[in-house]
Write a protein that binds this ligand. Structure first.
Ligand code: CU
Length: 153
């Protein structure tokens, strides 16, 4: 392949990427940069329901967690805890250059109608769906029922 042609192809590709950003990214071309850490599921006490926790760290533009799915449950819902009462939420904002925490006593995932009861030490595959970043799959280790992470942040 001659060099001139190679360069032309590279430039055309760069042009496409830029056009794509301007079209879908809104006023800012910054994109979310998401990282999921500290994910775990306390071993469920009942055979039909489990909870899940994790932290989303974002070093870019804001994004939105729109839904969660998993092969372990027929239904996964997202809940917040406000004044001690839990409330189902349709979505959660991941702030720009910030974090979204799912932790005991606060936001949590609820897995309903489990397809099987996970055991401690098992890993549960959970798919987090974000408006901009798309789907991020997390392998959630199943911990003891009383497990809490030692340090946060
Ligand atoms: Cu709940």
């Amino acid at each position: 392949m001659n060099h001139r042609l190679g360069r032309a192809v590279a430039m055309a590709t760069a042009g496409l990427v830029l056009a794509g950003c301007g079209g879908a990214g809104g006023p800012s071309s910054d994109k979310p940069e998401l990282k999921i850490t500290g994910a775990y599921m306390p071993v469920p006490v009942s055979s039909d329901m489990a909870a899940g926790f994790f932290t989303v760290t974002n070093s870019g533009a804001a994004d939105t967690l729109t839904s969660v799915t998993s092969g372990i449950a027929e239904d996964v819902t997202m809940h917040s805890t406000e004044n001690g009462a839990m409330r189902e939420k349709k979505s959660f904002t991941v702030p720009a250059n910030g974090t979204l925490d799912f932790a005991r006593g606060g936001n949590h995932l609820m897995f309903d109608m489990l397809t099987h009861k996970p055991k401690q030490g098992e890993r549960v595959s959970v798919r987090l769906h974000f408006a901009t970043s798309g789907t991020i799959t997390v392998e959630m280790p199943v911990k003891s029922a009383t497990y809490t992470p030692k340090t946060r942040h």
